[in-house]
Each structure stands twice: as structure tokens, then as C-alpha cells.
Design a binder for this molecule. Structure first.
Ligand code: GTP
Ligand code: MG
Length: 321
């Protein structure tokens, strides 16, 4: 494959090139750093929005409706939907692709599924890089739908500018039991499926729960609790308005810059962790050493902490690492 050509096509806004670049990122093709160097220079212009929440809350349906609304406002949208990896095939499920079909038919909207393999926090490990690619390609808004993991971990908040937590009226009565982190990462709450009963109760419970949180957690941004019905397409305009308002807030207070700096830090650390791990596991010299240390642990001669330290010392002296 000719990487310079691919980069040229990408810069010419060829969607096939974009798809190809994301595939290379997802498959961790070894030459991807040559591409990312170019891609990275073009990033920083999109509003990155994370849509997270429990399974079946209507995230995909909402992303679909929201992207149409953003489109009506004259902006382009790139979507990443992180699918749960099927434990049987290792591939991603097709559900989201089907549910987002309306988004797919609109040429100003680009949608891509990524399997969650190896990732935590409802994201695939390479999702931040894929989001960079969408940003660099020039989409005004990048929407990331996370896997609907039951107990959410919180990587998504560290990858986007605005985190939207989607809940349903049935959560009402269970706010106390919700993982605290879910409340803490929300910059906007959406109670979807508000066509059902219970939305107002949940709204009140969320407001009460936030009252109990230390003030200033989100600066002076008052976390809105909106009601939508993604199916009936109500409340979507208010959501789009609120997202725009949050972005202006971040820009005005210069929070955007600080957040993005922290995101970069996290990005670097994650890449390093992965690299270090890879180097350790792929090194032929170290594998027997690890085997021997494991055996010594099993025999009760050393404990795993000492073993880890011995191993690291050995690795330090190995020039390939
Ligand atoms: N009544 C009602 N149903 C909805 C609404 N939004 C979505 N649904 C339905 O809820 C179900 C799940 O919707 P999805 O959009 O797939 O939910 P999700 O959060 O993306 O699900 P996962 O990605 O699997 O976690 C589907 O049957 C939708 O038709 C809504 O506003 N009202
Ligand atoms: Mg979904």
C-alpha cells in the first residue's frame, strides 16, 4: 500500500481514504504512525461529544436523531459507534450499523463501527485515534457512542469535550445505586424515552443527587437534565442547543485547552503502556525469565512483588526494551 497516496487522498476528503485510515488504526497496522503524524497536525477543530449510558438506553437512536439535527444546522458529523465485541466471533455486532441507517444515507454524515476489543471504559483502545482521524478529516462534530456497559468505566470522559449520559425513566428510584462515576462524568444528562412515564421523577432525583455533590466539580457549568424521545424526535433541538452552549462555555473559559492537554497526556500514556507491554511480551529473551520467576513464586521461593522487581531490573538491562 502506498501511504503517501493514502494521506493525499485523505487530505482531499476522500471518504474511502478515511475509512481505510480508520481500518489501519483499528488493526494497528505498523505504519500507522506515519499516517498519524500527518493526521494529528490537522486535528483540534471538531467538537467531540461522547454519548454514554446503560445498554438499550437509546444511545444509537439518539445519535441518529441528533446527527440529523446537527446536519440541519449546516454542520457535518462523524460518528464512531463502539460495538461490544462478540465473545464468539471477536467481531463487532451489526445492530448499531442497522439502527443508524438513516445517518448512513446522508452524505454529510459519516458513521463507523469499531469493535471494543481490548478497550476499557466503553471504548475500543484505538477510539481516540479514530476520533483524531474524523477531526482531521474536517467534521465539525464528532459523536462517539460507547458500548452500553452496565457499570460504566469512565475513559470516554477523558476522550471527548462534552460527555452526555443517557438514562431512561426506568432508572427512577435507582439513582442512589448508580455508579457515582456516572454522575460525575456527566456534563449533560439526557433522560431518553421520555415518551414513557417516570421521566420527571428521575429528573428530580438527578437534580437532588447533584445537590449532594461537592460544588464546582464542573466549574460554574450547571449540568442540565434534558428529556428526549429519540423515537419521536422530541427534545433533540434542545439537546443540540445545549451541546453548542457547552462548547462555547468550554471555549470562553479556556477549559477546552486544559482538557485537551490532559487528553493528550492520557493518550501518550496509553500508547506507551501498550508499547511497553508489547515489547515485554514479544521479547524472546524475557519470556523464559518470566517463566522461571513464575515457577519460583509457585515454589514459594519468592513472592510476585519481588519477582516483578527482578524482572524489571532484568528488562532495564535489556537494550531492546
Ligand atoms: N419508547 C422509546 N423507545 C426508544 C427510544 N429510543 C430508543 N428506543 C428503543 O430502545 C431500543 C434500544 O435502542 P438503541 O438506540 O439501540 O439503544 P442503545 O443504547 O444504543 O443500545 P446499546 O448500544 O445496545 O447499548 C430500541 O428498540 C429503540 O427503538 C425512545 O425515545 N422511546
Ligand atoms: Mg447502541
Amino acid at each position: 500500500m502506498n501511504i503517501p497516496d493514502l494521506i493525499k487522498q485523505f487530505k482531499n476528503r476522500d471518504r474511502r481514504a478515511l475509512s481505510r485510515v480508520i481500518s489501519l488504526i483499528e488493526n494497528e497496522y505498523s505504519g500507522v504512525s506515519d499516517i498519524m503524524r500527518e493526521v494529528h497536525l490537522l486535528t483540534g477543530k471538531s467538537h467531540r461529544i461522547g454519548i454514554t449510558g446503560p445498554p438499550g438506553a437509546g444511545k444509537s437512536t439518539l445519535v441518529n436523531a441528533l446527527s440529523q439535527e446537527i446536519r440541519r444546522r449546516g454542520k457535518t458529523v462523524g460518528i464512531i459507534a463502539v460495538d461490544p465485541t462478540s465473545p464468539f466471533t471477536g467481531g463487532s455486532l451489526l445492530g448499531d450499523r442497522i439502527r443508524m441507517s438513516a445517518a448512513l444515507t446522508n452524505s454529510d454524515i459519516f458513521m463507523r463501527s469499531m469493535a471494543s476489543r481490548g478497550g476499557t471504559g466503553g471504548l475500543a483502545r484505538t477510539t481516540p485515534q479514530a476520533a483524531d482521524a474524523l477531526d482531521a478529516f474536517g467534521f465539525d462534530v464528532v459523536l462517539i457512542e460507547t458500548v452500553g456497559v452496565g457499570q460504566l468505566e469512565l475513559d470516554v470522559a477523558a476522550t471527548v469535550d462534552t460527555t452526555v449520559v443517557v438514562l431512561v425513566p426506568e432508572t427512577s428510584g435507582n439513582v442512589q445505586a448508580m455508579k457515582a462515576g456516572l454522575i460525575e462524568i456527566a456534563e449533560i444528562f439526557v433522560i431518553n424515552k421520555a415518551d414513557r412515564t417516570g421521566a420527571d421523577n428521575l429528573r428530580q432525583e438527578l437534580l437532588d443527587a447533584m445537590d449532594l455533590m461537592p460544588p464546582g466539580l464542573r466549574g460554574d457549568w450547571e449540568i442540565p437534565v434534558l428529556k428526549t424521545s429519540a423515537i419521536e424526535e422530541t427534545g433533540i433541538r434542545e439537546l443540540a442547543d445545549t451541546l453548542e452552549k457547552h462548547y462555547s462555555y468550554l471555549e470562553e473559559k479556556e477549559i477546552l485547552k486544559t482538557n485537551r492537554l490532559n487528553q493528550k497526556k492520557r493518550n501518550i500514556i496509553n500508547i506507551m503502556k501498550y508499547e511497553i507491554e508489547n515489547r515485554l511480551w514479544l521479547n524472546k529473551d524475557l519470556k523464559p525469565h518470566l517463566d522461571s520467576l513464575s515457577q519460583q513464586c509457585l515454589d514459594g521461593k519468592i513472592d510476585p512483588y519481588i519477582a516483578a522487581n527482578i524482572f524489571l531490573k532484568h528488562a532495564d538491562n535489556n537494550s531492546d526494551i
